[in-house]
Design a protein around this ligand. Structure first.
Ligand code: AMP
Ligand code: MG
Length: 532
């Protein structure tokens, strides 16, 4: 299969080549887009617009995840098929029939705390759903061209942000954090304008579902209760079928979102991950990390760290994330409200409404009960404490306080903590060296060692357990930046190497020590904004 450059169209690209006719890609194409009775596409035209991608000239493979490929039943050799890049930049979508055409979905949302009205997949196109090894996954191209929901945007994504999304979604998965996955990044020399001219890329995302809080808000804001119910039934049917038997399945759906969002916030806080744009349209109904933009892992710890240069108020600062997750769940509850209470036999509408609001509030209140104990348990594991003692909480908080005032490196502080010995006060100094104020650290570590003395586990066993929860390797901004700069020169080896290192974040990997080091001086000048 070779790419035959066709006529240039208004998008500046070429007309699409033929679809692959054999091999794993043909199987893939056959498996995709087959209408099933409970897929998102089957919800109908109120939910999406079908259209092909805008052609991308001379696409090439920039990055590929073998693990995500395996989820789809794709061979690790797939990218060497010349059709692969054509396929995953969307150039084959034009070959599809109207009924299996790729599509963009419509949603709305609150951005930075303000109702933003209609948004939607402005640059994402769903290829369809694939079933492999008993699991169904949706496959989506991000950056494949304009859609009816693009507003002022060009429908494209740049190489820089596509590489960041690719690297981080896979890295998060390997950290054990719920996330959408990434299969591949396809690049092109086509130029797109941001602050400066950059080249376009398409990242293929894979997820059980791409439904966001904003999808529900959309139909609520349009008073379309029928569509709202159909959407909720879709999510319940696919992911929480047991709820069908519940008194109030829709309240059950909210309950699941509260639980999974709280769990996700624990995960983010525990590794120092900042999402950067926690708008309700960037919140997954399944509690997955979704829409990687100006995200960042904290290097020197600052509880108020803002990773998004465009977030001048710090609404999405590190320490705000759990609260914002909770705020976003309120928006979701509001949107689901018309569905609640169908089982009540209360004739008076007002009384019924009040009862439903009280139910929703009751479910939302559970957030704290999910979040706080889980974070506490995680902190205990990060500190290597098996037992529970009075004051553990305050003790962990004191560590965060001195990390904050010393801007101690988040990842290395926890990773090196496993080297502290409960027997030997003069032992390893690698954590202590991360604190400018050595006296403050010494005071804390005195208490830490006293606390460790209450534990029955020996140092070695504790270190092994701690190293399973405190990663050594995270996607620091400067690591992504180096891979991006090389990739822009068409050298993809650094991207591949980095992805491999991040696939084993808890392993020592002595040959890759440099990837665990403190960031270089130039890293502090890196700015990441919404522009992508
Ligand atoms: P985000 O904050 O990146 O999640 O995007 C918010 C909204 O803007 C979503 O509806 C996106 O689809 C849309 N959007 C962002 N960038 C572009 C772009 N370059 N072209 C079209 N739509 C975009
Ligand atoms: Mg988004």
């Amino acid at each position: 299969m070779s790419f035959s450059p066709g006529q240039t169209d208004s998008n500046g690209g070429s007309t699409a080549p033929r679809a692959p006719s054999n091999g794993p890609l043909a199987d893939f194409e056959r498996a995709l887009g087959v209408p099933r009775d409970d897929t998102f596409a089957a919800l109908g035209a109120t939910f999406h617009t079908r259209l092909p991608g805008a052609p991308l000239p001379a696409p090439y493979v920039v990055g590929f995840s073998e693990q995500t490929a395996a989820l789809l039943g794709l061979d690790r050799e797939a990218p060497s098929d010349p059709a692969f890049a054509e396929y995953f930049c969307g150039n084959f979508t034009r070959e599809r029939s109207p009924s299996t055409m790729s599509y963009a979905s419509v949603y709305s949302g609150h951005q930075f705390g303000v109702w933003a009205g209609q948004l939607g997949d402005g640059r994402a196109l769903m290829l369809g759903e694939i079933e492999h090894a008993g699991k169904r996954l949706e496959v989506q191209l991000k950056g494949a061209g304009r859609t009816p929901y693009s507003r002022m945007g060009d429908g494209r994504a740049v190489l820089r942000s596509s590489i960041r999304e690719f690297l981080c979604s896979e890295a998060m998965h390997h950290l054990g954090i719920p996330t959408t996955r990434a299969l591949t990044v396809i690049g092109s020399d086509q130029l797109v304008r941001r602050e400066e001219l950059e080249t376009a890329a398409v990242v293929t995302r894979v997820s059980p579902s791409f439904v966001r809080f904003g999808h529900f808000e959309h139909f609520y804001s349009h008073d379309n209760v029928e569509a709202l119910r159909a959407l909720a039934d879709h999510v319940i049917g696919r992911f929480y079928p047991h709820l069908r038997e519940a008194d109030d399945p829709y309240l059950g759906l909210l309950d699941e979102a509260v639980r999974s969002t709280a769990a996700l916030m624990v995960e983010w806080q525990a590794v120092g991950f900042c999402h950067g744009v926690m708008n309700t349209d960037n919140m997954s109904i399944l509690g997955l990390t979704i829409d990687y933009g100006p995200f960042g892992f904290i290097d020197g710890f600052d509880a108020n760290h803002i990773c998004n240069h465009s977030d001048s108020q710090g609404r999405y600062a590190y320490r705000m994330q759990p609260q914002i997750g909770y705020w976003n769940l309120f928006c979701l509850a509001q949107a689901l409200l018309p569905l609640f209470g169908a089982h009540y036999e209360i004739a008076d509408e007002k009384a019924r409404g009040e009862r439903c609001v009280a139910d929703a509030q009751g479910v939302l209140e559970r957030f704290k009960g999910h979040f706080a104990p889980a974070l506490e348990a995680r902190m205990r594991a990060k500190l290597g404490l098996e037992q529970t003692h009075e004051g553990d909480d305050a003790f962990a908080n004191r560590l965060f306080e001195i990390m904050h005032s010393n801007r101690a490196d988040f990842t290395l502080t926890f990773r090196h903590l496993s080297r502290v010995s409960k027997h030997d006060a003069q032992g390893d100094t690698s954590v202590r060296d991360l604190f400018l104020d050595r006296a403050a650290f010494d005071a804390w570590s005195l208490d830490y060692r006293a606390r460790l003395a209450l534990e029955t586990r020996d140092d070695a066993a504790r270190a092994v357990a701690m190293n399973r929860v405190n990663p050594k390797y995270v996607l620091r901004n400067h690591l992504a930046q180096t891979a991006i700069e090389r990739a822009a020169q068409k050298d993809f080896s650094e991207l591949e190497r980095l992805a491999k290192v991040l696939a084993r974040p808890f392993d020592e990997q002595p040959e890759h020590e440099a990837y665990a080091a403190l960031p270089p001086d130039w890293a502090s000048s890196l700015e990441v904004s919404c522009s992508s």
